[in-house]
Ligand binder design. Structure first.
Ligand code: NDP
Ligand code: OXD
Length: 305
């Protein structure tokens, strides 16, 4: 019977029903513990960045570390973590991200703010263009970027995708990035944080965007050079930035993003990992581990995501 160490105590109240239920559904008998057990006996570790566990060396028998988060930048570089690391790819998380991205893209596309906040009661009949006339660029065409692209295309937005590797219908490389930015009315960043993506949207790249372009970032704060973004907003080159993720979270009270009139801050809520569906993803990997099948959602350490 596998021993599972649920190493994120603050999340246990959400998972204490969901995880046993998913194990029972899969017909897996397992012992789940939340207190640090004898490390040499642990088969699987369920992990979130809030977990105090940092040294994985003693977990000699552990078959996989299963992350409750999609982004693994806070654990992927841990030199003591030599066990397979799987990240969270979950239909409910994807669904949440699609809704958040579509909502914020539509807000900017339709100019909703003009009518929602209109203290002067100004009759200002500015009709938005059709979605088909507004190109959205998505940087990062993985699980989340691909689903967002599909939803936005269903609304008629022309979507340009950009990713690290070449794939059909998707740009890549520096020239691809330049083309993707030059044509974007709205940019959605859904990249992982890695050494290659840090400060990807720097002053030079922001300057490639057409004047008035909008940035929507539910990826990671470090993808954007904050000072360069603030300068581009102040210069009027960037029309608005809707930001869900930040270098420091919670965003410090004195951060200029809070008070900038053309920045919307949301508190890292774009896509939550929901216990009932995430537990099934975790359990599927435990099933695979026990059956000797390859894990899903395995992180490639050399790529960092
Ligand atoms: P995936 O790993 O499925 O996709 C990542 C995408 O980024 C891939 O298309 C990949 O390219 C691309 N990419 C990675 N590095 C580079 C690079 N150097 N240059 C160009 N493209 C690159 O991740 P997900 O879609 O599941 O998640 C994306 C990110 O979203 C997470 O890492 C996390 O940071 C964030 N997130 C935020 C949440 C929130 O609530 N705000 C919730 C969940 C996730 P390729 O396809 O070629 O590999
Ligand atoms: C995640 C996140 O990576 O919530 O899962 O940002």
């Amino acid at each position: 019977m596998p021993l599972i160490f649920f190493a994120a105590p603050s999340l246990w109240p959400e998972y204490e029903v969901a995880l046993p239920a998913a194990l029972a559904e899969a017909g897996i008998e397992a012992t789940v513990v939340t207190e640090a057990p004898e490390p040499g006996l642990v088969d699987y570790i369920v992990y979130a960045p809030s977990a105090p566990l940092q040294d994985f060396t003693p977990f000699t028998r552990t078959k996989a570390v299963l992350s409750l988060w999609a982004g693994v930048e806070r654990i992927v570089g841990n030199a003591t973590l030599t066990q397979p690391l799987c990240r969270m790819v979950d239909p409910s998380l994807t669904e949440g991200m699609v809704e958040w991205v579509a909502g914020h893209v539509l807000r900017h596309h339709l100019g909703m703010d003009r009518h929602i906040v209109n203290p002067g009661h100004v009759w200002n009949p500015v009709c938005p263009p059709l979605a088909r006339e507004r190109r959205v660029t998505i940087l990062g065409m993985g699980a989340l970027g691909t689903a967002c692209a599909e939803a936005l295309r269903a609304l008629n937005f022309p979507v340009t995708g950009w990713s690290r590797t070449a794939k059909p219908g998707c740009l890549h490389g520096d020239a691809g990035l330049e083309a993707a930015l030059r044509s974007a009315a709205i940019v959605v960043t859904l990249l992982p944080k890695t050494p290659e993506t840090e400060n990807l949207l720097n002053a030079a790249r922001l300057a490639l965007l057409p004047a008035g372009a909008v940035i929507v970032n539910p990826g990671r704060g470090a993808l954007i050079d904050d000072a360069a973004l603030l300068a581009a907003l102040d210069a009027g080159h960037i029309g608005h930035a809707t930001l869900d993720v930040f270098r420091v979270e919670p965003l410090p009270a004195d951060h200029p993003y809070w008070s900038h009139p053309r920045v919307t801050v949301t508190p890292h809520i774009a896509a939550d990992t929901r216990a009932s569906s995430a537990a099934r993803v975790i359990v599927e990997n435990i099933r695979r581990g026990e059956a000797g099948e390859p894990f899903i959602n395995l992180v490639d350490r050399s790529r960092g995501y």
